[in-house]
Design a protein around this ligand. Structure first.
Ligand code: PLP
Length: 377
């Protein structure tokens, strides 16, 4: 028997397989009927006027930066505590990411720090709903309005998270979801932009398809575009997965609760902060933090856990400390102390819908042993 417990594992069933093979049977593999159907299902779920499916979440972020006209000389205020794509999308268009630090409790971009980072060159705000926890969006909407800024939500980790019943991703000018296999729902690779702006969604549909427009011939191109199309096989899988999202969110919450209850006995471990009132979190990953005093042992603990067959990872490595960001923008350690402190203390533990109570117990036992084994490090 395989004794390892992976960090993530997609939840796929016979319906998903049937949905995929049905596309292979009818042979409409790209720009077919499943594309529009997936987009309509996602717009309905997100509560937005439209949705545009793409080859990845990164493609969605990139096209938004491009479509909103952000480029050289334009600043976008965002978080350094994120997956690198939320800032790389600006670099693709020569726009400048301006980092602001996070809230030490929620690990999301701090609205006050974001406001303080605004300059006359700032054109947009790009908060990230980290690990699924919604940012305080009413605050960001207010700051964006006050300063005349675009508001883009990186919701790639937060499909199904809500604030007072309204979906994360639906507050700003546009939001982006992603469907890599470790996300709440998967298409293998894939992404989706949601927006209420029909002009923007029309432009995104052209940009993802080599700059074509629906009123022209296949080899006429109205503008410079990319091939960021998503195949219909993946759209069919997305439709099938999306139909189960509410069940998935409940399953993840159950696993989350099992962990939190068992982690109470480990003094060195800080479980995730409880959600703010009115927030529902669709958890993407389960990330705990070591206490500041235990911080130096983090990498040794990860190594111990790994050697016991437990999938685990430090989450995230701050964006401002990636070598190409340091070099290009003169960024260095000490600039975003809360991000750096949190990033040095995190441990992501195995987290997926079908994780059993017995396996959660095994993970927590392994963590207890790892903490004990590293106590003199
Ligand atoms: C997953 C993710 C993305 C997009 O990832 P893709 O692999 O391109 O789909 C973007 N931002 C964040 C914060 C993510 O977690």
């Amino acid at each position: 028997m395989d004794q390892t417990i992976p960090l993530a594992s997609p939840d796929l069933d016979a319906d998903d397989i049937a949905a995929v093979t049905a596309v292979l049977e009818d042979r409409h593999l790209s720009l077919g009927p499943r594309l529009g159907a997936f987009e309509r299902a996602m717009a309905r779920y997100a509560g937005t006027g439209d949705a545009v499916a793409l080859s990845s979440g990164t493609a969605g972020l990139h096209l938004l930066i491009h479509a909103l006209g952000l480029g050289a000389g334009d600043e976008v205020v965002t978080t350094p505590f994120s997956f690198v794509a939320s800032s790389n999308c600006m670099l693709f268009e020569n726009a400048t990411p301006v980092f602001a630090d996070i809230d030490p409790a929620t690990w999301d971009l701090d609205p006050d720090a974001a406001r303080a980072a605004i300059t006359p060159r700032t054109r947009a705000l790009l908060p990230v709903h980290v690990f699924g926890r919604p940012c305080p969006m009413p605050r960001f909407v207010e700051i964006a309005r006050e300063h005349g800024l675009q508001l883009i939500e990186d919701s790639c980790e937060a499909l199904g998270s809500t604030i007072d019943g309204k979906m994360a991703g639906s507050f700003g000018h546009a939001g982006v979801y992603a469907f890599y296999p470790n996300k709440q729902i998967t298409t293998g690779e894939g992404g989706m932009v949601v927006t209420n702006d029909p002009e923007l969604s029309g432009l995104l549909r052209s940009l993802r398809n080599q700059g074509r427009t629906s009123d022209r011939q296949w080899l006429d191109h109205a503008r410079l575009g990319w091939n960021y199309r998503i195949p219909d096989i993946l759209c069919a899988l997305g439709i099938s997965q999306l139909a189960k999202i509410e069940r998935f969110i409940e399953a993840r919450q159950r696993v989350f609760d099992m962990y939190v209850q068992r982690l109470e006995r480990l003094d060195e471990i800080l479980p995730p902060h409880p959600p703010a009132s009115g927030h529902r979190v669709s958890w993407f990953v389960f990330v705990v933090a070591l206490r500041e005093a235990t911080r130096a042992r983090r990498d040794a603990v990860l190594k111990e856990l790994g050697s016991r067959g437990i999938g685990c990872r430090a989450y995230f490595s701050p964006i401002h400390l990636q070598p190409f960001y340091r070099e290009r923008f003169g960024l260095r350690e000490g600039m975003f102390p809360i991000t750096e402190s949190v990033a040095a203390r995190t441990i992501a533990l195995p987290f997926f819908n079908r994780l059993t109570e017995e396996k959660v117990e095994r993970v927590v036992e392994a963590l207890e042993l790892a903490l004990h084994a590293t106590r003199h490090v």
